[in-house]
Every structure is written in C-alpha cells, then in structure tokens.
Design a protein around this ligand. Structure first.
Ligand code: PHE
Length: 343
C-alpha cells in the first residue's frame, strides 16, 4: 500500500470520526479500523509479503494511522460528552453565572467556648486536662469518694442507674475522676476535668438532667487552703480581667474535709443586681481539702500528701458569662439559640 493510499484511508477514517453522532458510532469505527480483522490489522498482515525496504515504511505508516485514529476518537468522545452536558444544563435551566448556595457557618457551643477558655487558663497554671467515663461505676462515683451505700449524702445525687444491681450509673459529678487521677498519677500533680454530668432531676430553669462541671484537683506535699484560695483568685482574675474578692463558707461534701462553698464578689455590679440577687456575692463552687480517706482510696498516702479539690459548675459559669437565664437552653439543641454565640 502506497503512502498516498494510507493517507486516503486516514482521511476517510478521520472523516467518519468527525461525523460520529455518539458512542455507538465511535465503537463502530474502532471495530472497523483498530480491532482484530480491521483495516489496520490487514495492512500490518500484508507487510511480510513486501520487499524489505517497503516493510519499514508501511509498518511505521500503519502505526501512525492507528495512533491518529485513536487520538481522533478520544477527542470526539470529549466533544460529545461536553455537548451532552450542555444539553442537560439547558434542559434543567442550569445557570452557571448564579452565585452558589452559601454553606451555613457553624459556631462553637457556648459550653465549648467557656470550657476552652477555662482549659487555657488552667493549662497556663500547669494543670493537666483529664477526662473520664460518663457511664461510671458506683465505686468511683460514690464509694471511693467516701460515700458508702446508705450514706445520706447519696440523697444529694438523684442518680440515673444503668443496671439492676446498681453498679453502673451515669456519673452525677466529675469527682469520680479524682479517684481515677489519684490511681494513675504519682503526686505532685494538678488536673482539671471538664465534662458532662447527669442527674435524675425535675427539670426547670435552673436544673437540667444533663449539665457540665469542671473538677479541679491538686495533690502534693504541704498543699493548704491558702493554695486553694490563691488558685481561685488567679483563675477569676484571668476570667474577668480584674481582681475579685472571694469568701469561703462552710460546706459539706463527704470527700472533702474541711469543705467550703466559695463565693465571688459579683463582677456585674457595685451594689447588687439581678445576677447576684442583690447580695453582691455569687456562689461560685463547692471545694475543700481532699479527705484523707479519698487519698487513701486513690492509693496516695495522706500522711505524706494533702490536696484540694473544687467542682466548678460549668453550666452555671456559661450562664453567667452569656447572661443566659434558663439552663434548659444549653442542651436544648435549638439552633436559633445557639446561633447567637457565633465564634
Ligand atoms: N462533686 C461535687 C458536686 O457535684 C462538688 C465538689 C467537687 C465539692 C469538689 C467539693 C470538691 O456536688
């Protein structure tokens, strides 16, 4: 076959490709030219009968022909796909110049925001941030915190039990992580534990079955109430950007001795407001020196070490910070509420 003839075959093939109206036409062309028994194969089959000098020429010519047809088919496939897309767009009335739908911008939950703020403050004071299980053992939630079975203090905690034998429960406070931390770390150490807690309570504006606390625990040699007060004042200064007076009142929790309620001078007013109920004091958190029994339950020798603990009501702090008057908003999941705290 002469180069001219080859050229003719190619022109004819490319002409057919150009005129192809769809995938079926292209497949037909492939079959006729490129597959077994097709035009190219026949040309190659004729090569052995040629004079040696013609062989090379026809061989490479046939290869070029094959490549040219393959390339043309691929291009035509692309064109056809683009035309198809365009047809679909027209059919759907798609307008590529319209602005896209804007994704809704999410925001951190107010509890998350305050948690992170407190974590930053305490981390800067050298505290580790711990967590523990929300489904807890009676042992950690009560027993090892010096609240044995039938202890009247259990009345303070309306408990969601998880099994019939009253071994498993939803933790009613973050204090069980005190024991877990004592078991795990050798003193001295300091840690905070932000987390969800649960109480089987009648829900109202100031009571939720699900709420947040942040436990604090510091254990070391010679730790005193002075360290506790100093720590709380430092934390309050960081949080409210100024020095605030604090006071301790006696408070009772079986796992601290002595136990206190720590109040802070209302940061929102001078002489009384609705937040402090006109008293100028706000109840901040229960706290105290870790009871020797608790240290011992956690495997720490109370003759050598002392410690303090506090239980910040995270939910309450969030309400204070954002002036939220109903705790039920926090876990209510209402986006209209949550969208107000963009950050
Ligand atoms: N865990 C206690 C509660 O939720 C609070 C607390 C923590 C008290 C640490 C003293 C020390 O009721």
């Amino acid at each position: 076959m002469s180069p001219e003839e080859l050229g003719q075959v190619q022109a004819e093939a490319l002409g057919r490709v150009k005129g192809a109206a769809g995938a079926a036409d292209l497949l037909g062309i492939e079959r006729d030219y490129l597959e077994k028994g097709g035009v190219v194969a026949k040309i190659l089959a004729s090569i052995p009968s040629l004079a040696p000098e013609q062989r090379r020429e026809l061989g490479s010519g046939a290869n070029r022909l094959k490549q040219a047809i393959q390339k043309a088919i691929e291009e035509r496939e692309g064109e056809l796909a683009a035309e198809e897309l365009e047809r679909e767009r027209k059919a759907q009335g798609f307008d590529p110049t319209l602005p896209s739908a804007q994704p809704r911008r999410g925001s951190l939950h107010p509890v998350t925001q305050v948690t992170r703020e407190l974590e930053d403050i305490f981390a800067s004071m050298g505290y580790a941030i711990l967590d523990g299980p929300e489904v807890e053992l009676d042992y950690y939630n009560f027993e090892a915190l010096n609240i044995p079975k039938d202890h009247p203090a259990r009345e303070m905690y309306d408990t969601f039990w998880c099994d019939r034998n009253n071994h498993l429960l939803l933790r009613t406070h973050t204090s069980p992580v005190q024991i877990r931390a004592l078991e795990r770390f050798d003193p001295p150490f300091r840690a905070i534990v932000p987390g969800r807690c649960f109480r089987n309570e009648t829900v109202d504006a100031s009571h939720e079955h699900t709420f947040h606390q942040m436990e604090g625990l510091v254990v070391g040699k010679g730790i005193t109430v002075g360290h506790l007060i100093g720590t709380m004042k430092t934390f309050l200064r960081e949080m409210f950007q100024r020095d605030l007076e604090v006071r301790l009142r006696p408070g009772y929790f079986p796992f601290v001795e002595p136990g206190f309620e720590l109040d802070v001078r209302c940061p929102f007013c001078e002489g009384g407001c609705s937040v402090c109920k006109r008293t100028t004091w706000i109840e901040l958190c229960p706290c105290g020196m870790v009871h020797p029994f608790v240290l011992r339950y956690g495997g720490v020798d109370p003759e050598q070490y002392t410690g303090f603990a506090f239980g910040l009501g995270l939910s309450r702090l969030v309400m204070l910070r954002f002036q939220i008057d109903d705790i039920r908003h926090l876990m209510g999941g209402d986006l209209r509420f949550l969208e107000q705290f963009g950050c």
